[in-house]
Design a protein around this ligand. Structure first.
Ligand SMILES: *Cc1c(COP(=O)(O)O)cnc(C)c1O
Length: 365
């Protein structure tokens, strides 16, 4: 298979980025801002880069309506890195020894529990394991501890395709949310959270950048073993530049933020995201060939997972999708099946193209 043009890329991450941003970046890689050098080749302390950094920061604050008592950090190490950094920075807040609560809704929160267990007690306050992680654990079943420093959730489980429909209420305990795969895909009330974190490679930028949004009163409690690069207090005091930041990914994030503003901001992209998801779930709900296993109230708008009831058809389905110019649809190896990732940069036409292929494949099956 060879393609001489861009196709619809449904990969879960790294993932598709807006075409107009990529085109402009192509120029800026070679020559940026009249400097005679490209964006990747100049100092992170140069005024050109510092302006780019400050613009990106202001644009994420504007887009997500981040209140002034929050700090936005541009770090490295990914979501997995923050799975360690968060307990190191926060577990010390627990009254009777390092401890936090976890709401386990799939692969990512399982990883978070395993990592946090290195630093303290990672309590499983609720899990949907018995439901094969096909839903978020019902809030009524959560057994939260007053002795925990925080409650950790994954707002969107990328592998299972399970998303919280709303921000859960956890009272005064800080709510920590992994929003790696749905950041900026929908409006959220940041003030309901203590910490939000995301690897940028799903909805924002190339891999390498990790965005951490943290309420100021949760900064400054890091355990003494915390690596300097992940100590939120040190990074907040140093414009996230205690080490060389991932300059190109920050530049890209800034360009994507500008693009998102041009689309009308998060409320506008949220409507399109809902339409895209509705198009695919609409096919699934009318089909006898495909099966959507995630419970309706936990369906992800970003990662639509589904199965062909006859799994011997999987390869043929993927091959026909590829011929029709659609890639990245194979489900995660741990769960099998298919997954269509519908991040912000995927146009509605991409979802419609996939829906058409799915109907056509069913007609011919
Ligand atoms: C992709 C993803 C991560 C990413 O972690 P990395 O360390 O950046 O690879 C974390 N959490 C969720 C929910 C993800 O989808």
């Amino acid at each position: 298979m060879s393609f001489d043009k861009r196709i619809y890329n449904f990969a879960p991450g790294p993932a598709t980025l807006p075409e107009e941003v990529l085109k402009a970046a192509g120029q800026d890689i070679l020559l940026w801002q009249g400097l005679g050098a490209g964006v990747m080749e100049v100092s992170h302390r140069s005024s050109a880069f510092m302006n780019c950094y400050q613009d990106a920061l202001q644009n994420i604050i504007d887009l997500m309506k981040i209140p002034s008592n929050y700090k936005v950090l541009f770090l490295q190490g990914g979501g997995i890195g923050q799975n360690a950094a968060i307990p190191m920075n926060l577990m010390g807040l627990a009254k009777s020894g390092p401890q936090a609560d976890f709401i386990v809704s799939g692969v990512w929160t399982q990883k978070s529990v395993a990592e946090a267990s290195k630093y303290g007690l990672a309590r499983i306050a609720a899990t949907s394991k018995e439901q094969q992680f096909h839903c978020v654990p019902d809030r009524a079943t959560w057994d939260l501890s007053q002795d925990s420093a925080y409650v950790h959730i994954c707002a969107n489980e990328t592998v299972g395709g399970v998303e919280f429909a709303q921000t859960p209420d956890v009272g005064v305990i800080p709510l920590v949310a992994d929003i790696s795969s749905n950041i900026m895909s929908r409006e959220i009330n940041v003030s309901r959270y203590g910490v939000l974190f995301a690897g940028a490679q799903k909805n924002i930028a190339p891999a390498g950048l990790t965005i951490v949004i943290v309420r100021e009163d949760l900064i400054g409690h890091a355990a003494s073993i915390t690596p300097t690069i992940w100590d939120w207090k040190i990074q907040a005091a140093n414009d996230s530049m205690i080490n060389t930041p991932t300059t190109f990914a920050i530049y890209m994030a800034g360009e994507v933020f500008k693009w998102l503003k041009k689309q009308g901001g998060i409320s506008a992209i949220e409507k399109i995201n809902q339409q895209k998801a509705d198009v695919i779930y609409g096919v699934l709900d009318q089909s006898s060939l495909y099966e959507a296993r995630v419970h309706r109230d936990s369906r992800s708008r970003m990662n639509v997972t589904f199965y062909l009831r006859d799994e011997t058809l999987n390869e043929a389905f993927l091959a026909q999708a590829s011929q029709a110019g659609m890639i990245g649809l194979k489900g995660h190896k741990s769960v099998g099946g298919m997954r269509a990732s519908l991040y912000n940069a995927m146009p509605l036409a991409g979802a419609q193209c996939l829906a058409e292929l799915m109907r056509e494949f069913e007609r011919r099956a």
